[in-house]
Write a protein that binds this ligand. Structure first.
Ligand code: 4AD
Ligand code: MG
Length: 455
């Protein structure tokens, strides 16, 4: 049985016989022996192998080049020199798969753009290996966060006939053939109606919160936004908690707690995965994350935020005016220059927010909240939901939504309606925040953006 390189590197005592396997990072030969550095993806560190000339397998030594895969057995011994405590004195080494000279990941550093074009190989690099191990750990931490708070995990559908956000960004799902040349109507389609990939599991999630109490969803989310930015993907992962018997305050509290929990999780990461980001991506990373984990966040109403922005004297590209959406330059200025900490903006004008948000007593604003963080802007968007049947129906009418299509949603307000609230956190945005990575394409295994759906 092979032992993970991570566990071998953490050993506390030598061992007479261990098995390891991995991909060759480098090899150096001398007359009497060769040094191989192998990495098996279990951690950032490489394991050094010493293969004496002539041991079984060394007849293929020349093919054990960078990128090739090998299996070794031998003694785990204290390392004589260099960076690591342990190395393997091999008794045999076996070539599993060779990597010819055109293997794209040679020793030189590669640009993120080039590595995106080989997204199937980039997890074999130090930086992206660390990235995707961290992504996995953070995903498990999300489930732990909710498990510790007794939230139930609900699997909401990916194919849906409803539109949560109403921003016109949906991908159509159909089995109709657009090249057939025949007139086609949705009643002849697979589901006998128009269907799309979900932009949010919220509406379905709300029905479960109105039965189980506290729930969350965590799944792929799709938006056909034609905005080619570093923070938007057409397919991304969203975490959406929904709480019954909860108001906007409770919602903001949970969002802040979740950001802090995940930041702490990243800080406690093992095996140097976070260190590599601090070294190569963002020198101030650790300090920034420690600050976020250990200090209160700011909260400010939309109205106040607009006033602060207007008084800033900054020449923004987009106008700041009550009634307009905050742009990412505004969000970033608030968190980076003004408050210098994560900031939740709440109570937005009803005109710029979706139909489901609860109308405030001023009749002008809704209980929306966006949690903004330095370097990124919006990382969480949520609200208390409109639980009053008559107000909800009026909102839907204002948004031009058919009550027939949403009758199931309306039922939750008709039968035992309760105050409830929730939010969506963009998982990739959170990963960008904790690693300092500047492009969403570099924190998701295979990015889907306008014009790009490779792999
Ligand atoms: O603010 P949004 O659009 O909120 C909703 O969808 C609500 N239904 C959530 C809820 O209340 N249950 O999206 C939530 C978050 C954003 O704050 C952002 O972090 C992320 O999802 N997000 C994206 N991430 C990557 N690429 C995109 N195109 C994104 N659009 C939103
Ligand atoms: Mg939003």
């Amino acid at each position: 049985m092979r032992t993970l390189v991570r566990d071998l590197l953490r050993s506390t005592a030598p061992a007479d016989l261990v098995h390891a396997a991995g991909w060759v990072r480098t090899r150096r030969d001398s007359k009497a022996f060769s040094f191989l550095e192998i990495n098996d993806g279990s951690c950032l560190g490489n394991l050094q192998i010493i293969a004496d000339a002539g041991i079984p397998g060394t007849e293929k030594l020349q093919k054990m080049s960078t990128g090739a895969s090998v299996a070794v057995e031998g003694k785990l011994v204290a390392s004589q020199g260099g960076n690591q405590a342990w190395e393997i004195q091999a008794s045999s080494i076996r070539l599993l798969g060779e990597a010819p000279e055109d293997f794209p990941l040679q020793k030189k550093g590669h640009s993120p753009e080039f590595l995106r074009s080989i997204a199937h190989l980039r997890p074999r690099t130090n930086l992206y290996g660390a990235m995707f191990r961290l992504r996995s750990r953070m995903s498990q931490a999300v489930h732990r966060f909710f498990a510790e708070r007794d939230f139930y995990h609900v699997h909401t559908p990916i194919i849906t006939a409803s539109d949560c956000e109403g921003a016109g960004e949906m991908f159509r799902v159909t089995t109709l053939d657009p090249t057939s040349g025949k007139p086609q109507s949705f009643d002849r389609d697979f589901f006998e109606k128009a269907t799309h990939l979900t932009v949010s599991g919220q509406l379905e999630g709300e029905t479960f919160a109105c039965a189980l109490g506290n729930i969350y969803t965590f799944g792929p989310t799709f938006r056909a936004e034609n905005s080619n930015t570093t923070r938007h993907a057409a397919e991304f992962w969203m975490i959406e908690p929904e709480m019954a018997f909860c108001d906007l305050q409770g919602d903001m509290d949970l969002a802040e707690a979740m950001v802090k929990f995940l930041v702490r999780e990243a800080l406690e990461g093992q095996d140097g995965d976070l260190e590599i980001f601090a070294k190569f991506v963002d020198k101030g990373l650790r300090e920034r994350l420690e600050f976020v984990a250990n200090n209160p966040f700011e909260r400010v109403s939309y109205t106040e935020a607009v006033e602060i922005l207007k008084k800033s004297g900054k020449g923004f590209e987009y106008p700041v005016e009550y009634g307009l959406n905050l742009q990412s330059e505004h969000e970033r200025w608030l968190t980076e220059e003004h408050f210098k900490k994560p900031t939740t903006v709440f109570n937005y004008p009803k005109e710029i927010k979706p139909f489901y948000m609860r109308l405030n007593d001023d009749d002008k604003t809704v209980t929306a909240m966006d949690l903004l963080v330095p370097g990124i802007g919006e990382i969480v968007g949520g609200s208390q939901r409109e639980e009053r049947l008559d107000v909800l129906l009026a909102n839907m009418e204002r948004h031009g939504l058919s009550t027939e299509d949403y009758s199931w949603y309306i039922d939750t307000r008709k039968y035992g309606s309760v105050p409830h609230a929730g939010f969506g956190m963009g998982f990739e945005r959170m990963l960008m925040f904790v690693t300092g990575m500047q492009n969403i394409r570099d924190v998701i295994p295979f990015a889907r953006t306008p014009g790009h759906c490779e792999f």
